[in-house]
Write a new protein. Structure first.
Length: 102
């Protein structure tokens, strides 16, 4: 199973600004996960979910949570794009094709 550290290693070749964006995203994701689900990281749990609607519902909650925190729509769109990449990089069972529908 991948961890934050192995994820950071995977993106270590990317530009410093990109790495910082992912780190910010991961910090916000942890904050969301703890606040809404009492879990530091939902990605491993979501990777095991068989119901696709659960993924969509959780991601919509993520968008709503960011909006409620006063994030600008373009920031939400950017972070959401990074989050989709994490699901792909983390080898989620949700294929690129499914995630592109979002």
């Amino acid at each position: 199973m991948r961890t934050k550290e192995t994820f950071k290693e995977k993106i270590s070749h990317k530009a410093k600004g990109t790495q910082e964006s992912y780190q910010t995203l991961l910090n916000k994701w942890e904050e969301f996960s703890l606040e809404k689900f009492d879990s530091e990281d939902l990605i491993p749990e979501l990777k095991l979910v068989d119901n696709e609607n659960t993924l969509w519902d959780t991601l919509q909650q993520w968008i709503n949570w960011n909006h409620a925190k006063g994030q600008m729509p373009q920031v939400n769109k950017f972070r959401f794009s990074l989050l989709k990449n994490i699901f792909i990089i983390e080898e989620s069972k949700y294929s690129k094709k499914i995630l592109k529908k979002i």
